[in-house]
Structures are given as structure tokens and as C-alpha cells.
Ligand binder design. Structure first.
Ligand code: FAD
Ligand code: FES
Ligand code: FES
Length: 500
């Protein structure tokens, strides 16, 4: 076990020891703000919403190549930096003689007038820098997605989007590419000397195991400790509620939890896989999971947050939960005594209460490939399209046999204290024709089945109407007769085109 952490900053390995002042739960943002040369990073919200604190993290992939990701530094505990390179806005420009040469991203922002008061600008520059390192010709959607997590009150996004396109289109090799070999050497040096981390201060214990076996031993010994993976949920307890977390087991260093295994029948997602990686895999494999993740947080959040963390939160507004129910997914839980698989539909027991026992961790989320006859969809109703928590969410699946309902799952988030299936509506629909009149009957059952709350996001009445209408939308998008009409329409259009 080692007591300190090491990471690369300003081209050098930095090693940090912890005490009651520099806590293991000190965020990267607060650490940087305490340094005289990294004041560019700003605190806007301390909860992952504004992006003013964005930094870029470079880390070694399994093939020892470097990947660059934008992170919200306000949500990252310092030990999560171990073995990585931390890049801030101060690291982008270069001194050449007496001249300061801006990075292509900074130059494009100046040329496109992408900044006014400048408060958001360092964060925006870092999001664009991450985009520049990852995509040479980003689409407008990709540029917008990379900026979803950055708020700007005064400039307006058009010049910033133009700057992104301009910077990424440039055929240039920046100093990060030129220096990459040296950085890889430094990161490998840290990796070679790395052990599991155990930080003890008079107030806190923070463990970062390297293997699953160690993680299971630790959780078995300290069953009241707080488990974290991406910490995008847990960090808010520190930054917003100012809690002192006494015992933390950080799973982010366990490589076995980051693996993905595909077979003909299912895909096993390691609980420690980042949502941005899950999104890439889901695009071609599980379209409804992909759609869930398109509107999940921001790129900064998805680059840190994990699938295991979303399931682990057991939140009634956790977006992947209704989708995983609709896919009939299974959750693998493991302790030193062995492992067990729980169907997602039986996993939630109460408000943020799950089947997980205190000595277990979630290791894998198993999603069976649906049959070709089954359609799965995800819907999210929220005040904003981007970076917002669901008011109501829904994961639906249907299997039709000659337009009658063979199997159906209607799982809702935001309608009760738990992610909850509309079982009465499901039972009513089984065996019935998938036509509007039966769907309208089922909508009435949904209204009877739930008594949602009114809160800051919406009133109970709105939630009920939204839930009913999502079923109608699902029917509208899935009923074969409707599709047939659309196909006929296409044939008509084709004939008209040919006639022209
Ligand atoms: C700005 C912002 C936007 C967000 N947007 C969304 C959104 O659109 N939709 C949404 O659903 N959520 C959203 N979230 C919430 C959060 O990002 C997700 O719940 C995320 O998936 C949590 O993953 P994590 O790895 O960061 O979890 P952590 O914070 O590390 O952990 C979350 C919970 O899961 C437990 N846990 C973590 N890993 C394991 C494991 N392997 N085994 C057992 N328990 C475990 C932890 O103990 C904790 O209780 C948002 C959060 C922020 C800050
Ligand atoms: S300070 Fe707002 S996202 Fe970090
Ligand atoms: S330039 Fe002022 S907030 Fe963006």
C-alpha cells in the first residue's frame, strides 16, 4: 500500500501527501485554486453544471497510448488523479523566446471573438482542447455535445462553435503531440511504482485498491464505508453538503471493473466503465441505451461517471435504470463469499435502497440482446434538453406477434420513490391488439397506478400527463399499421419522383 499519490502537472511528476488540510476528498479544483499558477480554473457551481472548472486529463490506455478527456475538476477527488496527467489552461500556450504562442484552440477563440467577460473561457478552452485532441473534423452535433457542459452567459455560443470548427480543422501538431513520448515515460514510471493506495489522516481513511479481490476484502472489513467510482454523485456530498466522509473505497483504479465482453447473446459491461465508453458501444448494440446516454449529463460528466455508479445510486431519476429494466438486464453483485445475479426488475427495493448487501460491490451489468421482434425505447422529459435531470423518464420494450402484445415492459423514472414498472397497464396490454383504443385504456391505468410528487421540477399532474403521453408516443412509434402507412407513403413519393 502507498500513502501518497503521483500525477503529472506542468511536465513534471508531482507527489502529494495528505493531511487534515489537504484531504483525500479535496477536489482537484480546490487544489488548483490554491496554487498561484493555476488560477485560470474557476468555480461556478461546484456541482458539474457550468464547466468553468473544466480541465483535461490525459491517461494511458491499455496499449500505452494517451487519451485526452475533459473533466469537471470540481467533482474529482485528488486521489483520482493518480497515474494521470492533469492539463490546465495555463499549460496550453508556449513561450517561444519573448513571444507567447497561443494553442490553436486559443487562437481560434480570439479570432472568432469567442470570449467577453472571460469567466467561462478557460473551461470552454479546455473542452475545445479535448475535442481538438480527439476529432479532426467534428460534426456540428459533436461540437455542441462537447460544449453541453459549459455555460456562457455573455458571448453566445455561435462564435465558440465557429472557433471549435476552425481549431479542429487545422492541420497542426501541437506541443502535446510533440511531448507525448516524454509524458508516456513519466506516466509509465508512476504506473510501474504504483501500489494500491491507503491514505490515513486523523479524520479520514481513503482506499484505492488496484484489484477486485482487494476491493472485496476492503468492503468486507468496512461495510459502512462510502464506495465511489466516478464520484459524480458522491462528490456533491462534499462540495454542496460539506460532509466529511470518513471512510472511502474508491474503485476507480480497479481495471477488472472496466472490461466489456460481447457474445452472440449478451454484452457484459464492467461496472467501472465510463458512460462515454458505454455510449459508444451502445450506439450499434443497444439503441435505447445510446439514446439514454445522449441526453445524460454532459461529456465531462460521462467521461468520469460510470454505469455501476448510476445503478449503484438506485436513484428514482437515474436515467439508465428504466432502460436497463426494459432490456431485462441483470446486475452481478460480488462479495468475498461469492457472486449472484439479480434481474434489474428485482434490484430496487425502496427509495435509494437496492438488493446490494453492505459487503457487496456491483461488478457487471449484463444486457441480453433483444430478439429481432422486440423494440426498446427510452424517453426523457426534462426542463432543458441538455444537462438536466429527468422530470419523468421511461424505458419501454414491446414484443409483438401479428400486432398483438406478446410481452411488454413499461418502466418509469420520476413517477415514484423508485424506478417503477406500470404493472397493471402491462397486464392489461398482454395479448391485446396494439391499437390506439387499448393503448388509451392502458394510459388510464397508468394514471391510477402512480401518485407522483410535486417538486421544483414539475407538478404531480404534469408528471401523470407526461407518463400517459409517453406511452402514446411509444405506440405511435412502434405500431406496425402506422408503419405500414408510412411505408405506403414512401412508395407514393417514390412513384411521384420517378414520374418527375
Ligand atoms: C452535473 C450532473 C449531471 C448529471 N446528469 C445525470 C443524468 O442526466 N442522468 C442521471 O441518471 N444521472 C445524472 N447525474 C448523476 C450521476 O452522474 C450519475 O448517477 C452517475 O452515473 C454516477 O456514477 P459515478 O461513477 O460518478 O458514481 P459515484 O458517485 O461514484 O457513486 C454513485 C453511487 O453508486 C455507488 N457505487 C458506485 N460504484 C459502485 C459499485 N461498483 N458497486 C456498488 N455501488 C457503487 C456509490 O456508493 C454511490 O452510492 C448527474 C450528475 C451531475 C453532477
Ligand atoms: S464549478 Fe461548475 S462545473 Fe465545476
Ligand atoms: S464570456 Fe462571460 S460567461 Fe462566457
Amino acid at each position: 500500500m502507498q500513502q501518497n499519490i503521483s500525477f503529472v502537472l506542468d511536465g513534471k511528476i508531482q507527489t502529494l501527501d495528505f493531511n487534515d488540510h489537504l484531504k483525500p476528498t479535496t477536489t482537484v479544483l480546490n487544489y488548483l485554486r490554491s496554487s498561484p499558477i493555476h488560477k485560470g480554473v474557476k468555480e461556478g457551481c461546484a456541482e458539474g453544471d457550468c464547466g468553468a472548472c473544466t480541465v483535461v486529463i490525459a491517461e494511458l490506455n491499455p496499449d500505452n497510448k494517451i487519451s485526452y478527456k475533459a473533466w469537471d475538476s470540481c467533482l474529482v477527488f485528488l486521489p483520482m488523479l493518480h497515474g494521470k496527467q492533469l492539463i490546465t489552461v495555463e499549460n496550453l500556450s508556449q513561450n517561444k523566446g519573448t513571444e507567447k504562442v497561443l494553442h490553436p484552440v486559443q487562437k481560434a477563440m480570439v479570432e472568432c471573438n469567442g470570449s467577453q467577460c472571460g469567466y467561462c473561457t478557460p473551461g470552454i478552452i479546455m473542452s475545445l482542447f479535448s475535442l481538438y485532441k480527439n476529432e479532426k473534423e467534428p460534426t456540428k452535433e459533436s461540437i455542441e455535445d462537447s460544449l453541453t457542459g459549459n455555460l456562457c452567459r455573455c458571448t453566445g455560443y455561435k462564435p465558440i462553435i465557429e472557433a471549435a470548427a476552425k481549431a479542429c480543422a487545422q492541420e497542426s501538431t501541437d506541443q502535446f503531440t510533440t511531448n507525448e513520448k516524454h509524458i508516456i515515460e513519466l506516466l509509465l514510471q508512476i504506473k510501474d511504482q504504483s501500489n494500491s493506495i491507503e491514505i490515513n489522516t486523523s479524520e479520514q481513511k481513503y482506499f484505492q485498491p488496484k484489484t477486485k479481490a482487494e476491493a472485496l476484502e476492503l468492503i468486507n472489513k468496512m461495510q459502512n464505508s462510502v464506495l465511489v467510482n466516478g464520484a459524480t454523485d458522491v462528490a456533491l456530498r462534499v462540495t454542496k453538503r460539506h460532509e466529511l466522509l470518513n471512510e472511502i473505497i474508491d474503485l476507480s483504479g480497479v481495471e477488472e471493473l472496466k472490461k466489456c465482453i460481447k457474445t452472440d447473446y449478451l454484452i457484459k459491461f464492467g461496472a467501472g466503465m465510463k458512460l462515454e465508453e458505454v455510449k459508444k458501444i451502445a450506439k450499434n448494440e443497444f439503441p435505447a441505451l445510446y439514446e439514454t446516454l445522449v441526453v445524460f449529463g454532459s461529456r465531462q460528466i460521462r467521461s468520469v461517471a460510470t454505469l455501476g455508479g448510476n445503478v449503484g445510486s438506485g436513484s428514482p431519476i437515474g436515467d439508465t435504470l428504466p432502460t436497463l429494466m426494459a432490456y431485462n438486464a441483470e446486475i452481478k453483485l460480488q462479495s468475498i463469499d461469492g457472486e449472484r445475479r439479480i434481474n434489474m426488475n428485482n434490484y430496487i427495493l425502496g427509495y435509494r435502497k437496492t438488493e446490494r448487501k453492505p459487503n457487496e460491490i456491483i461488478t457487471t451489468i449484463i444486457i441480453p440482446r433483444p430478439s429481432p421482434k422486440t423494440i426498446v425505447k427510452f424517453y426523457k422529459v426534462s426542463k432543458r434538453k441538455d444537462l438536466d435531470i429527468s422530470t419523468v423518464s421511461a424505458g419501454f420494450s414491446i414484443t409483438l406477434d401479428d400486432n398483438s402484445v406478446e410481452a411488454i415492459t413499461l418502466a418509469y423514472g420520476g413517477m415514484a420513490a423508485i424506478t417503477k414498472r406500470a404493472t397493471k397497464a402491462e397486464e392489461y396490454l398482454i395479448g391485446k391488439l396494439w391499437v390506439r383504443s387499448t393503448v388509451e385504456q392502458a394510459m388510464e391505468l397508468i394514471a391510477e397506478e402512480y401518485t407522483p410528487i410535486s417538486d421544483a421540477r414539475s407538478g404531480a399532474e404534469f408528471r401523470t400527463i407526461a407518463a400517459k403521453n409517453l406511452l402514446l408516443k411509444f405506440w405511435n412509434e412502434t405500431n406496425p399499421i402506422h408503419k405500414l402507412e408510412a411505408d405506403d407513403l414512401e412508395i407514393d413519393n417514390l412513384e411521384i419522383d420517378n414520374f418527375d
